[in-house]
Design a protein around this ligand. Sequence first.
Ligand code: SF4
Length: 447
Amino acid sequence: MTITDTDVRLAASVDRSIRLITTGKASGETCTPDLAAGPWDFDAGAPGYGPGSSMGDVIPVGSPRQGALPEAYRTASDDDLHERIRAAKATLGDRVVVMGHFYQRDEVVAHADYVGDSFQLANAAKANPQAEAIVFCGVHFMAETADMLSGADQAVILPNLAAGCSMADMADLDSVEECWEQLEALYGTEPDADGRVPVIPVTYMNSSAALKAFCGRHGGIVCTSSNAQTVLEWAFERGQRVLFFPDQHLGRNTAKAMGVPLDLMPMWNPRKPLGGNDADGLVDARVILWHGFCSVHKRFTVDQIERARAEHPGVRVIVHPECPMPVVDAADGAGSTDYIVKAIAAAPAGTTFAIGTEINLVQRLAAEHPEHTIFCLDPVVCPCSTMYRIHPGYLAWVLEELVAGRVVNRIQVDDATTEHAKVALERMLAAKPPAAPAGAPVPLIGA
Ligand code: SF4
């Protein structure tokens, strides 16, 4: 039997590591033994994000819940599920396309037609108009974006409706609208002498379609972790300041790299009047940062970087810009998942990397690049709680339902929201980075 790259990856998968650690067959630590359970065990319980990095975050009331996964899928063996997924995909042919986010477990990624970050996958959805169904193995806001960019007659399916994103949930439309009213009362709505409006709203791709539409309606724009600097430059050309949500860290790290002083980046806490600021503190603000964060990237610390440097002299430390600022400052580089993937691929053989991003991607990169030594900065195995909610059992279920002519777990964004959100997305696509002078240094963020 030939051993394929997929076999090698699955042998080194995070699920496998969790099983070995929780059964005492391997040393190591997980953030909770609950990770060894099937995600369906958490669909029926009290609302929550489930085991993993977001388990301490409070889930908003009314967040989507997943109904019971039929028993046949809960009790099937791994081999059985893989065989059923292969068979369903073969039957459906190009009527279905399966997207797998970088942070999904390898057992799901093994069946993906496309693997990438949220924006790469949304574009892949757009590039497959023949597919009647797009099965999006990622989280809720990603499926929404794929729905907005794909054809009206294409069904976007999220295999587990409980796969939200705790960071995206930290900014909801009502709170952002309340914030906006307070900012308009403070700054007014008239442009300055240079024609720049008082505030431009900028939302990270990791946000609901409703917030992307808010930006579309209010002269704002969407950004990704790859283009945040270009988008902020676009916004500063048109506005005196930016309201950046939901991720404070991406906003702070990007603006700091552009030279915005920290004292001109107040935080907006939606639970407090004026976001917890006094009016004087907001007058000179350049970037107002929403009080949101990613619980995966918040786990990385400067101590972990110091330990990696002490134990692995010459190690290259690369982190995601959703990490806190001191971590980004202490790293050798920071950038999107795509940046991390490319930096590893471009390095000379024998490089040692300590990576600060989600463990599934880090372990996959380590398996795919045996010429390097690659490890996760955080020694505790703690995957993204919401990505974890997708499992081959749910993938087999939604695919077999499609074979039977039934669409389950469809994610649909209404027409008005789609129209306004697309305005903000198109502004992002049209925003171009200024031409770099010859020999200019490569920017640290968002390369
Ligand atoms: S890694 Fe962070 S931002 Fe990405 S889906 Fe998980 S919680 Fe959300």
